[in-house]
Ligand binder design. Structure first.
Ligand SMILES: Nc1ncnc2c1ncn2[C@@H]1O[C@H](COP(=O)(O)OP(=O)(O)OP(=O)(O)O)[C@@H](O)[C@H]1O
Ligand SMILES: [Mg+2]
Length: 325
């Protein structure tokens, strides 16, 4: 524990960390380039080369469209088992329940999100539905891999084939693939949540390059906390190389054991280091989260009055405020 404290104290204090600069000021997450929401037919424009817009910005049209319409939120942490999929599922269900048009994208070869929303036949490919893998390979458009989940949001089906994504994407700006394939649906949804795989590979870079915001679930445990520094560094690099508008939406403490001294210490260190970036309330650890996915339900549908449901509903509202203009 002393080591953890020492290591975490090597972060610059809250307020000086570069990644936080986007969250300062009045709107916390408002981007100065963001225009009012517009209905624009984007499908026929996505391949227009960047030079046409070279007087606007040195990026492709996809990069410009990133600031319009649908807000894209990557739920990312290279550590496994910290609650990324659970967070995507819970936020998608909460926002759909509020009447928003939500897309959840399963970018993880483990296909947990697809399994938890559409069932194993989709997650294992028995359903022979097009998947995000086919979309990223330009075989089919994104719309063809969308299926409607019972809780009122759309799911872009994941595939085990994504495990080889690094090799299959080739060398031609592979990091921007996902951003480009999202263009045709930007006016169909208000919010897209990307369920990132663990690791810092091509899929994670694609998600961070396609996103307006990144939401980081963190389990308050020693190794999970260590990984945070690597992730923040990766985010800064993606911002420099591909996506200057990428904002850190917040850090969400997940799987938090009640009545644990270790938990209290870690939460207080996180609060000291990252200030307002820490989302509140933390998500409590409860067995209900293990049970819900096998019923093809989020915790909100499985046990609406549980502590976990209440926490995610509150976080869903807070996150909406942070991503809304
Ligand atoms: N608050 C919680 N309390 C108890 N268990 C939880 C909680 N949140 C998630 N879990 C459980 O922890 C496990 C890991 O969660 P989840 O799959 O959401 O993590 P992940 O970060 O997406 O993992 P991976 O990196 O492998 O994709 C799952 O069994 C999930 O049901
Ligand atoms: Mg997952």
């Amino acid at each position: 524990m002393i080591d953890t404290l020492f290591w975490l104290c090597s972060f610059p204090p809250a307020g000086t960390y570069e990644a936080r600069d986007y969250l300062k000021g009045d709107g916390r997450t408002a981007h100065p380039l963001r225009p009012p929401p517009l209905f624009i037919p984007t499908f026929f424009l996505s391949d227009i080369p960047a030079f046409v817009f070279s007087n606007v910005a040195p990026f492709s049209l996809s990069a410009i469209l990133l600031f319009m319409g649908m807000r894209v939120i990557a739920v990312a942490n290279q550590k496994g088992g910290v609650g990324k999929t659970t967070t995507v599922l819970s936020l998608a269900a909460a926002w759909a329940g509020m009447g928003h048009r939500v897309l959840a994208i399963d970018l993880d070869p483990q296909t947990s999100l697809t399994a938890a929303t559409l069932g194993e036949s989709y997650a294992t490919g028995r359903e022979s539905t097009p998947t995000v893998f086919d979309v990223l390979q330009d075989v089919v458009p994104l719309q063809s891999c969308l299926r409607f989940a019972s809780e009122g949001f759309s799911v872009a089906c994941g595939s085990y084939n994504l495990v080889g994504a690094e090799k299959l994407f080739g060398d031609d700006r592979p990091e921007t693939r996902l951003r480009t394939v999202l263009d045709p649906v930007r006016s169909d949804f208000e919010y897209a949540l990307i369920d990132c795989p663990p690791g810092l590979g091509t899929l994670m870079l694609n998600a961070l390059t396609a996103a307006n915001h990144v939401l980081i679930p963190v389990a308050p445990r020693y190794f999970d906390m260590r990984g945070l520094a690597f992730l923040l560094d990766t985010i800064d690099r993606v911002r420099d190389a591909f996506n200057p508008g990428l904002q850190i939406l917040g850090i969400l403490p997940t799987i938090v054991r009640r009545r644990s001294r270790h938990k209290r210490q870690v939460l207080s260190i996180l609060a000291d280091r990252f200030g307002d970036l820490i989302l509140d309330p933390p998500i409590p650890e409860t067995v209900r989260f293990w049970e819900a996915p096998s019923s093809l339900a989020s915790i909100l549908a499985y046990e609406p009055d549980s502590l976990g449901s209440r926490a995610y509903r509150q976080v869903a509202k807070e996150v909406l405020e942070r991503v809304s203009p």
